[in-house]
Write a protein that binds this ligand. Structure first.
Ligand SMILES: CC(C)(COP(=O)(O)OP(=O)(O)OC[C@H]1O[C@@H](n2cnc3c(N)ncnc32)[C@H](O)[C@@H]1OP(=O)(O)O)[C@@H](O)C(=O)NCCC(=O)NCCS
Length: 323
């Protein structure tokens, strides 16, 4: 891939290869750790990890920036069918403000065009003018705040009835379960499809996907990471993506879904659950509070299109994280 000329430092943009992963993982940590002013920036994210897991989920979705034969930055794109997002985008701190992120973003937008996503987004720091300016150049505008909720738990929790886990399903049934998940997400936003996340969790043993049923009909599901080496880290159950079928039972089904996530967390010895909610999804936001989740850190969603595009609406019960 060619990189466009820039006033800063001209780097080579190419697909990230497996041999880049240790360096990419390190840069992700030091870039965020430095931006956040951590005394030891490399300690960012602790024993949670995402470079390896995301790369193995879809190597063609990750771009590298190289300078003088060395990795200096990377960007991870994610394809959820009709919706695409990117992040983490990181650059080695000593090379900041020399146009490297912009050289990564041009080809990232080409990836989205190839995928044909009709809506795009990202999650970023709400207080940073640099991030606003950078992403606006590529058509993203700040929209709603995104709240990171946490809940601490102790003791065992019984899974609600009619719920079970993807890992418990027969191999022969998996395609139809993925179809059912696609039907639920598609009912919220046409073409939304997170099967890559479900596959990544199952194939790489990163956690599990909980499934909430109304008899033979899937009402809701949640793709969860747990433990070291996943995007959660030790002692944490992290909801990567969860969705409830829209309709007049959605509120009740969301509560059942939260209970089944808690049961999964308890069974995996994860005393803490984390899950992100876009504040435009007001009913889901209120339900999180009502079910004992505490709002913590917040960031902002930047999106293409206007306020009607995408799936951030008051009655949408989706938990997701575009980081
Ligand atoms: C965010 C990050 C990826 C940007 O990378 P970068 O290579 O420094 O970005 P670029 O140089 O391509 O672009 C930055 C732009 O913001 C501008 N900028 C910098 N500081 C600014 C400020 N305070 N106000 C407004 N604009 C600012 C720069 O001038 C540049 O625009 P220009 O080329 O038109 O001059 C990098 O700083 C990083 O790794 N940060 C830590 C991790 C992170 O925050 N990742 C993104 C999470 S969403």
């Amino acid at each position: 891939m060619n990189s466009p000329a820039h006033h800063g430092l001209e780097v080579t943009i190419r697909p990230l290869v497996e041999g880049d992963l240790p360096a990419a993982d390190r840069i992700v940590r030091v870039a965020f750790g430095t931006f956040l002013g951590m005394p030891d920036p490399s300690g960012f994210m602790g024993d949670a990890a995402l470079a390896r897991t995301r790369w193995f989920a879809d190597p063609s979705a990750v771009l590298a920036a190289a300078y003088a034969g060395k990795l200096v930055g990377s960007n991870f794109a994610t394809n959820w069918g009709s919706f695409g997002f990117f992040g983490p985008l990181t650059v080695e701190p000593e090379y900041w403000n020399r146009g490297i992120a912009q050289q990564l973003l041009g080809p990232t937008m080409d990836i989205f065009r190839r995928w044909g996503n009709r809506h795009l987004g990202l999650y970023t720091f709400a207080h940073s003018p640099k991030h606003m300016v950078l992403y606006q150049k590529f058509g993203f505008w700040p929209r709603d705040l995104v709240c990171n909720f946490t809940k601490g738990m102790d003791g065992a929790i019984e899974a609600p009835r009619d719920t079970w886990r993807f890992s418990e399903s027969k191999l022969a049934d998996r395609e139809s379960i993925l179809d059912a998940c696609r039907e639920v997400t598609g009912a919220v936003f046409e073409g939304l499809d997170v099967q890559r996340e479900i596959h990544a969790v199952a194939d790489q043993q990163l956690g599990d996907t909980v499934l909430v049923w109304d008899a033979s009909r899937l009402a809701a599901f949640a793709v969860c990471h747990t433990g070291a080496g996943s995007e959660a880290g030790s002692g944490v159950c992290y909801v990567k993506f969860a969705a409830v079928r829209p309709g007049n039972r959605a509120g009740q089904d969301f509560v059942r879904l939260l209970r089944s996530i808690e049961a999964l967390a308890a069974s995996r010895n994860a005393p803490k659950i984390t899950a992100d909610v876009n504040c435009a999804r007001r009913e889901a936001f209120r339900a999180m509070l009502a079910n004992g989740f505490r709002p913590g850190m917040q960031g902002v969603a930047m999106e293409t299109g206007d306020a009607r595009s995408g799936y951030n609406r008051s009655d949408v019960y989706i938990l997701d994280d575009w980081r």
